[in-house]
Design a binder for this molecule. Sequence first.
Ligand code: FUB
Length: 328
Amino acid sequence: MTAPVKFNQPIVTHMYTADPSAHVFEGKIYIYPSHDLDHERASNDNGDQYDMEDYHVLSMDDAASAAVDHGEALHVRDVPWAKQQMWAPDAACKNGTYYLFFPARDHDGIFRIGVATSSSPAGPFAAQPSYLPGSFSIDPAVLVDDDDRAYMYFGGLWGGQLEKWQGGTFDPDAEGPAPNEPALGPRVAELSEDMLSFKDAPREIAILDEDGQPILAGDEDRRYFEGPWVHRYNGLYYLSYSTGTTHKIVYAVGEHPMGPYTFKGTILTPVIGWTTHHSIVQFRDKWYLFYHDSSLSGGADNKRSVKFAELRYNDDGTIVAIDPYPEK
Ligand code: FUB
C-alpha cells in the first residue's frame, strides 16, 4: 500500500513523473503527468533529454490519500502520427468522454498536438489517427469554461519550437524576438464541439505589464516561456506559466479566456532541476498547485517527480507565492 501523500513531497516514487495537469473528475483528483524514463541522456537546449514514450494517469481520492498509478494510458507506438517525445499532456471531459491532449514530434521532427479518447478518466486512451489540424509546438492545457466552450492554450520556446511558427508556417531557422521586442505569447484556440479540432486558427495571447505595455522578450523574469495553465477564480481568468530561463511559475489575470492578460506576480519560486511546470485545481473548498522538481533523482533534469502544495489567495485575488522547500 502506498503511503499517503504529503505537501512538497513526490506523490509517487516508483517512477519519475513531471508536468502534472490536475483535474477533479468523478469526485477524485486525477493527475495527467509526463512519464520521465530512468535512462541517461545528455541535457541540451533542444530538450532531447526529455525522451518520454508513454503516459500513466494518477489519481488521489482526496488531498491526503495515496496516489494510485492506473498504468500505461497511451504509448507512442499507438499514435500513428507521432515519432517520439511524449511531452506535457492535459485532459478534459465533455459529454461523458475523456480527452487526453498531448504533444509529440511527428515523423518530420515537428512538434504537433494530438488527442486520444476514453470513457474513463484513468484511460486507457485511444489516439486519433492524426494530430489536431493546425496544431504546433507543445504543452497543451485545456479549459472547459462555465458556458461549456473549450479552449486550448499551448506553446513553448526553444525545444518547444514556438519561435519557428512566427510566420504561420514552420521555419527551422527562425529565431525569437530581440530582447527589446514584445515576447512571444502562448497560443489559444477554441476547440470544436467534439474536441477533436480547432474552431479557428490559433491566436497569440497578449501578456501586458501594469502600464498596458507588452512584456518584452528580454524581461526573462516575466515573459512567457512554456507550460500555460488557465483557471478561473472569482470570475477572472488566471493564466499561469513557466518563465523558463528564470525558472519561475508566474501569472497574469484577464477578463476573457483569450486575453489580454495583465502580469501579476510569482506563484512558485525555482525548483531543483531546469524545468518548472504546474497546474492549479480546486478540490472541495481548497486550491492546490501541482508541480514537479528533480529532488528525488538528485537533480537530473530529465528525472522529475510530481509534488503538490496548497495554494492560497489574498483578499484582493492575488496569489500567495509558494516556496517549494518551506522546511529549509
Ligand atoms: O517535459 C518536457 C517539457 O519540459 C515540457 O513539455 C515542458 O513544459 C518542460 O516541463
